[in-house]
Design a protein around this ligand. Structure first.
Ligand code: HEM
Length: 134
């Protein structure tokens, strides 16, 4: 039993050596974002939200109304584990998804599916967090 365990550990370590460091960091932050939910407030005037990109089914083609000064919560923890965005293996820890050009296409087309450092003008800058630079 002890012998089998040490073989398993040795196999895991040898696999770890070949993993891309950037992929391991990105994948850790994808599955376990230190800021799993975040809050924003809408502008002081109401407006219509831009049309959906089609990732989610929307109940109607009518633009969504965003009332003024309304609290909005978003959940990187859920977005970053969403199977529609990341595929059926979304819950799996797989650093290699970050070096596979085909799997990366979806992310490069829709960068807000990965927001451990937030997004937009308030994003944690690449100078403060090297993990964010691709
Ligand atoms: C794994 C590492 C880190 C993660 C996941 C992370 C995540 C975040 C997130 C999600 C926010 C946005 C908070 C919000 O807008 O509500 C934030 C803000 C911020 N972070 Fe980080 N952060 C990391 C490392 C760092 C480091 C190393 C620094 C500085 C040395 C830093 C400095 C800041 C600053 C200054 C802000 C505020 C930016 C602004 O609102 O203008 N962060 N961080």
């Amino acid at each position: 039993m002890k012998y089998r365990k040490s073989i398993a550990i040795a196999r895991f370590k040898s696999r770890l050596i070949h993993l891309p460091v950037r992929g391991v960091i990105n994948e850790t932050l994808r599955l376990f974002p230190p800021v799993p939910l975040n809050v924003r407030e809408s502008r002081s005037t109401s407006f219509s939200l831009p049309r959906s990109d089609g990732t989610y089914k929307v109940p109607s083609e009518v633009p969504l109304y965003m009332p003024a000064k309304t609290t909005i919560m978003y959940f990187p923890l859920l977005t970053q584990r969403n199977q529609r965005l990341w595929g059926e293996d979304a819950e799996e820890f797989d650093p290699e998804r970050w070096i596979d050009p085909q799997r990366l296409t979806k992310f490069t087309a829709n960068p807000t599916m990965y927001t451990p450092f937030s997004a937009g003008p308030r994003i944690v800058s690449t100078s403060t967090s090297s993990a964010h630079s691709f």
